[in-house]
Design a protein around this ligand. Sequence first.
Ligand code: NAD
Length: 272
Amino acid sequence: MTEIRTAAVIGLGLIGGSLARDLAARGVRVLGWDRDARTLRAAVDAGIVDELRAGELPDLAVVAVPVLAVPDVLRRFLPALAAARLVTDAGSTKRTGIAAAEALGIGGRFVGSHPLAGDHRSGWDASRSGLFAGAHVYLSPTSTSSDEARGIVRWLWEAVGARTEWMDAGAHDRLLAWTSHLPQAVSSALAIALARAEVPREALGPGGRDVTRLAGSSPEMWAHVAADNADHLAAALRMAESELRELRLRVEEGDPGRLREWFALARGGGAA
Ligand code: NAD
């Protein structure tokens, strides 16, 4: 693979900022951009990125903005992507970015990425080097992703210490609705229920703190993910609602045997 000398990172928050730090530390020149001028200034002042300006032609580009903004960003930065041998995004859902890349005619150079790494904090100030060390990254190709783009995207994530797994975008979005988006929804719903019941956070024990930790995540990021993956997330939420309803009915019934049966089902992984 020919050497990657310059990488564009568009969106310098938790994910983009952390990737920019790791790439810069490996000697890659990082050209950064963010719609928030203070974020861009902070990344430039930290010596991590040079501002991505018209005429710069990076070897690869990573779009790390909230998922519904990915199509607009790809369209807007198309001229800067002219020489990029890989264009990828870091979004928590994969179908939208891929559809946009294909519609813009860059499907051959595009591969979607989703690093399972993060924090409940967001923005440049939360970014740090080493965020992706040991992380799992899903890679979703378009129908025409080139061998070169596939090779570079693997190089990119392995260079920052992650391991990669290929998964079709549709399968990814279906799986993540259950493994990531539903847990976030349950955590947020619990936090809201506690607040409505006027139970202070400080009153929570370790279990309650664990389950509500995700509720502190970025509302903007999660609004984009939930809207973008509405079909799969709605199905997962319906299942969770039905189990909560079942539990409520058994609680109202007050039969310890029937309650034990329900909790045993949960402990056994839900298999009847
Ligand atoms: P973040 O809020 O920390 O950063 C997003 C950055 O994008 C901000 O600096 C914001 O100013 C910038 N931005 C927003 N809209 C933009 C636009 N139109 N043009 C340019 N810049 C724009 O969010 P994050 O956690 O870094 O998430 C970035 C992407 O990574 C999202 O798609 C998210 O779904 C995905 N992701 C997040 C996590 C996580 O745990 N936070 C994990 C994996 C993937």
